[in-house]
Design a binder for this molecule. Structure first.
Ligand code: XMP
Ligand code: MG
Length: 183
């Protein structure tokens, strides 16, 4: 879905379809270079990372395997607490694998720091993180994120996988919602 169809719901467009595709291609080039000659397992975090996983994986010029996890972090309202529950686990044994977690957005960083520790405990050769978006609060948590698409302000964003009440995931761009939508 494009911005014309949701004009009334939006405050502004943050990144267009073209800007996202360009940046994802850039990330893929970095990843191809860094992992040359090694087998990579991409771990997508459902549901938000579906779009970035689909585009990133197709922009890579090397073989990768893919698996998915779904987690929910307990918290009040929009604040995540760092207490995470696995809703869907991986089907892949991580022993000896080079794992690259693919995320849509890092906000507080609590979800990902828990997830990274959890995956490391399964004996992989390495675990790195690729996120399309990162908010400034992520700086508060000690978490090493190797690949970041865009650093964004602390505003709630939707589109390209990101939802508000399960809506807007299928926008082909990323935007911020008009206040009347969530208030
Ligand atoms: P933490 O705070 O643990 O949480 O890094 C990251 C998760 O919070 C959700 N999140 C958002 N979802 N628009 C969204 O649609 C946003 O602006 C936003 N900020 C955080 C998201 O599920 C992410 O995985
Ligand atoms: Mg997510």
């Amino acid at each position: 879905m494009d911005s014309l169809h949701v004009q009334d719901d939006l405050k502004h467009v943050l990144y267009t379809k073209e800007q996202i595709q360009d940046r994802v291609k850039g990330l893929a080039e970095e990843i191809d270079a860094d992992y040359a000659g090694r087998d990579v397992l991409l771990v997508g975090v459902l549901k938000g990372a579906v779009m970035v996983m689909a585009d990133l994986s197709r922009a890579l010029q090397s073989h990768v395997t893919m698996d998915w996890m779904a987690v929910s972090s307990y918290g009040s309202g929009t604040q995540s607490s760092g207490v995470v529950r696995i809703l869907k686990d991986l089907e892949t044994d991580l022993m000896g694998k080079h794992v690259l977690i693919v995320e849509d957005i890092i906000d507080s960083g609590l979800t990902l720091s828990w997830l990274k520790a959890n995956l490391i405990s399964r004996g992989p050769a390495s675990v790195e993180i690729c996120t399309l978006l990162r908010k400034p609060d992520a700086a508060k948590v000690e978490i090493d994120v190797k690949y970041v698409g865009f650093e964004i302000p602390s505003e709630f964003v939707v589109g390209y996988g990101l939802d508000f009440a399960e809506k807007y995931r299928n926008l082909d761009f990323i935007g911020t919602l008009a206040p009347h939508v969530y208030s």
